[in-house]
Design a protein around this ligand. Structure first.
Ligand SMILES: [Zn+2]
Length: 276
């Protein structure tokens, strides 16, 4: 079967998911294979936080181009713009915060110098082992050998419990951003033949918003990037086999999808209930 040619219109489609692995798809499979597969086939529609998704896209489209931002607002004005009361015709609160977040980033000199000049929403593809991957770079500055990603986050200093390490880790690790940065670096290399270093520009959803530029240059960060690629190599063949219908996805037993579809097949001894 020939591979589809990726473009801005088909990048997020089911067909693209069939042909190419992506970081978000891989992360879905890591959380729960059964849920990821059900989402992929359309058998289950997760109850995503639409407001959070839209607010994130508000910030992204703002820095993509004026045209992209206008198109985005037009497409979602029913959800984002208040239709009654004193605030009629104005942005609803979560999107007012999103607007405030864009202004925080835009007013920062480092952000202006480093992020704004790059080429936006650049599609990159490549092959890891036998698996085809795709990615979309928020801002690529290949002549200066770096790329940037914007992340919106609740609070930069919140810790997230990591059961493997038995300690709290930062949002960068908890949200799989090492994995994304490592993969994007590799896909840029395969697409354009240049080594680029990753940066994240993060903006918090607090009022007022905090901003932070994040690099991956410490020894620990380099190890995390390498280890993320090892994780990808260890699991991608299995996930591809599931996507192609050659292998059964396993159930985590605890996520929204598993709770919705769990059946009682046996008793669990009280003393043997799994706890985190
Ligand atoms: Zn599950």
């Amino acid at each position: 079967m020939p591979t589809i040619q990726l473009n801005q219109d088909n990048y997020y489609t089911a067909n693209a998911n069939k042909d190419y692995m992506s970081v978000s798809l891989f992360k879905d499979f890591q959380k729960c294979e059964a849920a990821a597969y059900a989402k992929l086939t359309g058998a289950w529609k997760p109850d995503d936080n639409v407001t959070a998704l839209l607010a994130g896209n508000y910030v992204h489209s703002y820095f993509e181009s004026e045209e992209a931002h206008e198109k985005f607002i037009e497409a979602h004005q029913d959800e984002m713009i208040s239709s009654r009361g004193a605030s009629k015709g104005k942005l609803k609160t979560p999107y007012k915060i999103a607007q405030q977040m864009t202004e925080r980033l835009e007013s920062d000199i480092a952000f202006q110098k480093l992020y704004l000049p790059g080429e936006k929403e650049v599609i990159v593809t490549g092959k890891i082992g036998g698996v085809k991957w795709r990615g979309k770079i928020d801002s690529l500055i290949s002549e200066e050998n770096y790329f940037c990603d914007i992340k919106t986050n609740q609070d930069f200093h919140k810790g997230y419990w990591n059961p493997d390490e038995r300690r709290k880790v930062s949002f960068v690790k908890a949200y799989g951003y090492y994995l994304q940065m490592a993969m994007y670096r590799e896909l840029i290399k395969q697409t354009f033949g240049v080594e680029c270093q990753p940066f994240i520009f993060a903006v918090s959803k607090q009022t007022p918003s905090d901003i932070m530029a994040i690099s991956f240059n410490s020894e620990q960060d380099q190890l995390e990037l390498e280890s993320a690629m090892t994780t990808i190599e260890a699991f991608q063949d299995k996930y591809r086999a599931i996507i192609e219908g050659k292998e059964e996805p396993s159930r985590c037993g605890k996520c929204d999808y598993c709770r919705l579809t769990n059946k009682i097949t046996d008793f669990v001894n009280a003393s043997e209930i799994e706890v985190d």
